[in-house]
Design a protein around this ligand. Structure first.
Ligand SMILES: [Mg+2]
Length: 309
């Protein structure tokens, strides 16, 4: 037994020590702040408390279905004011990767998107034309003799496939994506995030990682993943927001992405909340296939409820 296992935030003293230890907080969203369209208890109050204490708040989500602009609207819908530059999505991180690492040329090189508008909108803001994605012609039953994406051949300007969560996944989308992925010499393969599942209203649904795995299987290729726990995403955030890593805490509901992101990124601390995917038992496991959090709590709102009582 080590004496330095995860510390549960369940008293005013521990909650206060937690608050005093950090000047910046990186939050995962789904399972931490909300579950789908349902805001979790005392979230507004906790975020206000942190803001009033002068802490920097940054929101880091592996959900690629919404753009950063769409996320600010989601926050506003809950009565929480957050600016676009406080938000980092895996769709945005993938677009940054296409621009800064793959160095595709805007206005010339194109991207085939397997996923929703959160990817194509971010690419478009950087000047990239994307194909596929939410194109309604992909909703048609697949027939290789009539698919408009195949009858005139593949677009030779496509040099990357970006794949993320697509709740309209079907054979047509998988089949055309595979045609581009077979061009191994000229088309890169980028995945938004590895999450195999995500929680919503008491259900567990298939995540981006599950469908990207299907493309990886059929193409025999391994994508480069851009979301948490990829260290490139953390480096982008740290430099964009000018953060002191030792004073940052990553808050998440998933050990193998959120907590791994904070631990492998050498942040000062991590907080696991139990409102999403993990259990207390998993949080305390010492020999699991995941890092342990520094702190854990039943819910994020406990930080506010304990310190204000
Ligand atoms: Mg989450």
């Amino acid at each position: 037994m080590t004496l330095t296992g995860p510390i549960k935030i369940k008293s005013k003293a521990v909650a206060q020590e937690f608050l005093d230890s950090f000047d910046s907080f990186l939050f995962d969203c789904d399972g931490v702040l909300w579950l789908g369209s349902h805001l979790l208890p005392s979230i507004k109050e906790t975020l206000k408390l942190l803001t009033d204490l002068g802490k920097k708040l940054i929101f880091v989500t592996n959900n690629s279905t919404k753009s950063r602009a769409a996320y600010t609207k989601k926050f506003a819908g809950f009565g929480i004011e957050v600016s676009e530059d406080q938000i980092f999505t895996s769709g945005y991180a993938s677009a940054v990767y296409v621009r800064d690492f793959l160095k595709l040329q805007p206005g010339k090189d194109k991207v085939w998107v397997f996923g929703e508008s959160g990817i194509s909108e971010e690419l478009s803001l950087m000047g990239y034309e994307s194909l596929g994605g939410g194109d309604p012609r992909l909703d048609e039953t697949f027939d290789f003799k009539t698919s408009p994406f195949l009858v005139n051949g593949l677009d030779p300007d496509v040099h990357c496939v970006v794949a993320g969560l697509d709740t309209k996944v079907n054979y047509h989308r998988l089949a055309v994506s595979l045609q581009y992925l077979q061009k191994e010499d000229s088309v890169h393969f980028v995945g938004t995030n590895v999450d195999s599942t995500f929680p919503q209203k008491g259900f567990i649904f298939p995540g981006a990682g599950s469908t990207i795995a299907s493309l990886a299987c059929s193409s025999g290729r391994t994508p480069v993943y851009c979301g948490k726990p990829n260290i490139n995403m953390l480096n982008t955030i740290v430099s964009a927001k000018n953060l002191d890593k030792s004073k940052c805490c990553m808050v998440g509901d998933r050990l193998n992405t959120d907590i791994r992101f904070g631990v492998e990124g050498s942040l000062g601390g991590t907080l696991l909340v139990l409102t999403g995917i993990e259990t207390e038992e998993r949080a305390l496991e010492e020999d699991g296939d995941h890092p342990q959090p520094k702190y854990y709590a039943e819910k994020l709102g406990d930080v506010y409820e304990l310190t204000s009582s």
